[in-house]
Design a protein around this ligand. Structure first.
Ligand code: FNR
Length: 181
């Protein structure tokens, strides 16, 4: 049976370069992986007063995370950390206390930005946050992707210059999910 992978893109922008990267990566994956993209746009800002009565979007996302064999995080870097939209879903799904949806999931982190740092700082923050939630984050390879013309082709594929590197990343993720899930 295909392994279920939930893709969480940290950007809400309709023109997100990270969403483009995520779509390009999905196209590199084998048929043994079935991908679903999480919708974060309807998730209210987390408030612990609602823990006993979580908003419907939080319940939906918790169920998606729990049903997944692996979670692929594709995140921008905002002000040298992760976007609030991504922290928000992590916080929602970590509650109620003792009922975190994250524990034991296989995860992998990747991201792109136009700057040379290629989301490295955001990725390090995210690794720390997810590790504390018990997500088994793929340790290697690191992938700090500088977004340049040609990274994604006009038809949404990974461009030639980056394809071999990102194929290796996807192959490692497939193996990681097989090992951990
Ligand atoms: C940015 N950007 C950015 N880039 C970076 O490399 N390091 C950073 O700390 C930041 N900080 C930052 C803050 C905010 C609020 C915005 C809106 C942007 C630039 C960012 O990489 C660029 O806008 C990307 O296009 C964002 O990714 P998505 O949303 O297109 O996927």
């Amino acid at each position: 049976m295909a392994k279920k992978i939930l893709v969480i893109v940290g950007s809400l922008s309709k023109d997100s370069i990270n969403r483009k990267l995520a779509n390009g990566l999905v196209a590199l994956a084998p048929a043994s992986m079935a991908f679903e993209f999480a919708e974060l746009g309807d998730l209210p800002v987390y408030n612990r007063d609602d823990d006993a009565n979580q908003p419907p979007a939080a319940k939906r996302l918790k169920a998606q995370i729990e049903a997944a064999d692996g979670v692929m995080f594709v995140t921008p870097e905002y002000n040298r950390s992760i976007p609030a939209s991504l922290k928000n879903v992590i916080d929602h799904a970590s509650r109620p206390s003792g009922q975190s949806s994250w524990f034991g999931r296989a995860g992998a982190i990747i991201g792109t930005s136009p700057g040379g740092v290629g989301t490295a700082l955001a990725q390090q923050h995210l690794r720390t946050i997810l590790s504390a939630q018990g997500v088994k984050v793929m340790p290697q390879p690191d992938a700090y992707i500088q977004f340049k013309d040609g990274l994604i082709t006009g038809d949404g594929q990974i461009g030639e210059a980056s394809r071999a590197f990102l194929q290796k990343w996807m192959d490692a993720f497939v193996q990681w999910v097989d090992k951990v899930a």
